[in-house]
Each structure stands twice: as structure tokens, then as C-alpha cells.
Write a new protein. Sequence first.
Length: 608
Amino acid sequence: MNMRNVAIIAHVDHGKTTLVDKLLQQSGTFRENQKVTDRAMDSNDLERERGITILAKAASVQWKDVRINIVDTPGHADFGGEVERILNMVDGALVLVDAAEGPLPQTKFVVSKALKVGLKPIVVINKVDRPDARPVEVINEVFDLFAALDASEEQLDFPILYGSAKQGWMAASYEGPKDQGMEPLFDLILRHVPPPTVEEGPFRMIGTILEANPYLGRIITGRITSGSIKPNQAVKVLSADGKLIEQGRITKILAFRGLERTPLEEAEAGDIVAIAGLTKGTVADTFCDPSVDTPLKAQPIDPPTVSMSFIVNNSPLAGTEGDKVTSRMIRDRLLREAEGNVALRVVEADDKDAMEVSGRGELQLAILIETMRREGFELSVSRPRVVLKKDEATGAWLEPIEEVVIDVDEEHSGVVVQKMSERKAEMIEMRPSGGNRLRLVFYAPTRGLIGYQGELLTDTRGTAIMNRLFHGYAPYKGDIQGRRNGVLISNDQGEAVAYAMFKLEDRGPMMIEPGWKVYKGMIVGEHTRENDLEINILKGKQLTNIRTTSKDEAVRLTPPIRMTLEKALAYIEDDELVEVTPKSIRLRKKFLDANERKRAEKSKEAVA
């Protein structure tokens, strides 16, 4: 069969999606005059804004007489649930590395998975046109990385191409020639990537990507391992342990042609297709002919490490900004998300109005919350907590540890080392990475890293780059110092008054602006001391008949602390929540009434 299946592996922002755009254009998939959006494969709004790939996607190009299926993998470790399954669909991998930054942890994360499943990589050094490019050193770093990940002799003998995806050329040397476009890359894929291996027997396929389509219902994408399939064919679905999940008929088969999906009358082993018509089968299940009894082996999935409570918004402003506010709507939306995202676990909490959601990291959960608020949901979320495990042998608690790589200017390295040690991190390596910068490597508990990203950027004047990767579970490291300051809490409901805010400025920085709606129990600022303080933010100026000069009228306020979603999740303590609506992000106490807060504090002290 004239077909090749290839995954593209790259760190966030190393040019992966731009490369796919150029491959589509130069293979004649797009017409000369066709208007194409930049970064065609980043279809999700959040992916475009953040410049990261969250969901795996497929595209397909025709080169000479060979069909090349290209699968774009997420580069961020929080979306690793996608990565492991995708690599089982392909026979080769393009490892795309920035010519200046070199291989970074997310490259390492996906490459380690790719080497483990036996893929032979092609290394593409991108962005050689950058003024700070250092292609020769980067190739050595890639080789060292592969060796450290236990690559076989065959995997270490990888072919290399240099080029610039943005300028649309690739060549065997970083000096060029630049006039062949992407042809060297297409030809190398045909030479180096083997055609798909096809097994004998009836139709079998492992579900790899799941999505919900309003017209076709559940759509499962995967690579056909053996046999062929036609619309209206009877199939059954087996779980990983061989249990029958459901039986049904295929209503539609879709294959990727360019970026479009085209219906097929028949699909054969080796092709990557999407099938519709089943209602229960999901990712990692085997979709097969009714005569098959044994499931295909599916890749195990790394465990979730961070969990949060998603709670119905019960603040006095509930329902004023969003149209999806009930616990049933939130529950259905989360369960639908968990169906397609295997790295996510959703369970009902003891409190009927809350759901416990566990994922790979706070970024994955923050993106889920951001997606929901854009869809019109209102909800409250708790501070992220790490998922602890019990050691069966000793009974001791174990917590998730991450490998953290921080690239930082030498002058700021001291503060980074100090802050990381306060967060119970252990330094593994410190080496120069060129241009007066250091690369620091730590093993740090996940809970110590919650919210550190923002602090790191402040400490290093925005120059540090931090990358994280799940390392494993280790014995609990003890208490980590949390937020040192208390908060300022509104003691009444109404609109914040500039005069009152001006008078309260010495108590601490505000998080709101004049005219914003506030309510009793809402956090409006940070106290300069350790305790929480209730304040009246609604108090206007007393009107008297004494005239003042106009100087007194114009109140000049210090700009407030701007709370983004990630910043808010990291800032709150265990007795606080973030209220998320389509228009606002507010911080609040879990118990809005001061007496209830005191009672909760007393019962907590009694337990301790």
C-alpha cells in the first residue's frame, strides 16, 4: 500500500504547525489562489491565542503517488493522554527542534514515548534563519537526549534536515540550497518511514481520538490494524480486558484528505480513519469484526496528578453573566469532556453540587475552565490539589514529583534556586546554556509548582523559561509555605466606590476597580498583614456644605492587581474559591458569611 503515517513532535513554539501549513501548500493540497488561515491545524481559539497545540489532529497530503498522513501531537506534557495513543497510529516521527533553543522537556516527553514504541525518528532543525541559531550544537544536544532516553543503535542513526518552515525550505545542510522548498523533506519521509504494517485477519482498530459531532454523534479516529471496513458493516467494541462494551453498525467512514474529511466507501488496513455510528466505544477500546474475541493491546496512560472541585456558582451574582449555571449542566459538560480526554478523571463529590476533576496539571484544568466560560458556563472552582498515593508496602503517602528545567539569565539564578528550595525542590544540574544563561534542572513536588510560573517571571523580569515533566511518585516532602498575606474581604453588597478604595489603600493593594459589583465575602484585595480583614468598599464621601478645592475631588488610585485565571487558581487558599463567569473572574471565600467562616475555622482546629 502506498501510504506513510507520520507524527510531528516538537516543543511548544518550535514551528510545528507552521511546518504542516507549508507541507499542505507545497504538496498541492491547497490551490495556488486559495485563502488559507495561518496555523491551519490550530483550530481551537485557545490554541491560536496561546500558540500551543492541545488536541491531536490529522491531515493528509499526496506526494508523487504516495499518501502521507500527518498527525500533529500536543507538545505540552499536560496533554500527554493524547500523545501516547497517537504514537501507536504512526510508523515514523519528525522531531522538530528550534535551532537556537535546542531540545526542551516537552520534546523530551514525546520523544521518550516515541522511542519506547520503536519509532525511527527524522530530526528537523527548524528556524536556522534565527540570528542566534546554533545548529551544530543543537544536533549534539539531540543526540545526547536520544542516548539518555535509551535509544537503540538504529534510532541513534537518525537522518537530519535543516531549514526554515516559515520561509518554506528544507535542505541537508543549514546553508541551503533554499530553492527546493519542502521536497527534501517529502523525499526523506518516503525513504525513511516504512509503509504501515498490516496484520492478517478481520477488521480491528484501536480508538485513538474521540470527539462528539452534532450530526454524526460520537466519532472515533484510529488506524486500522487488519482487515477492511465499509459503511453499514456490523462491528463490536471490546474493552482493554476483553469485555464486550457494545455492538452496532458503522454509519460513516471518514478519511483525511488535506485538512478536510472525506466520506469513504471502503477503508483498508494501514489507513487512519474516523468512524461514526457507535454510542459507547471510547479511546483505547478495540473496534472489531463480530468474530474477534481478543482486544488489541492499548498503551497505558500516565496518572492524573492534580485535582480540583468544580462547584455550582452560589454567589449573590450567580446567573447574571452566564446562561449555563445548574449543577446538571456542569456535570453533563464535564462528563462529555472526560469521554474524549483520557487524561481527565471526573467523579461526583460527596456534595451533590460539586464534581471532582483530576488531570495532568493545572494548565490542562485551566484550559478546560477557560473553554467552559467561553461556552457560557458559570461555576466556582477550588484551589488545585495534588493527587496523593499510598505506598502499599510502607503505608506512607507518596506525592507526584516533576522534572523542572529553568533557563534563566545568570544574574537571576540565585533567586530561582532560593525559591525552588523553599518549594522543596532538589537541584539535579546547573550548567551554562550560552549567552550568559544557565540551565537549572530540579526534581520538585507538583504542589510546590502550583502558581510558581507567574512568580518566576516577576523574579526574573520575564526572562526565564520554565518547562515541566512528570517524573514519578516519591515520599511526601512535608509542608510547603503558602501565601503569607491575608486578604481584604467586602462586608457588604453593591458597587465599589473610588473614595472608599482610596481611603483603604494603606491596608493593601486592591484587585478590583471602582464601579465593579462586589458582595459580602468577596475578596477585593490583599491585606498587608497575615490575617484576613473585612472592609467597607461601598462607603461614599460624606456630603457637607463646606466647599473644597477641585484637587480634593480627583481621587488617584493605584492600579489594581490583575487576576488572570491561572494566577487566581494559584493565589487562593483552601478556604477560598475562584468564581468564573463568561465576563468575570472573582475571588471569594468558600463561606461568604463571617460567622460561618469562624465556625469552619474552629472545627478545623478541633480536628487538627
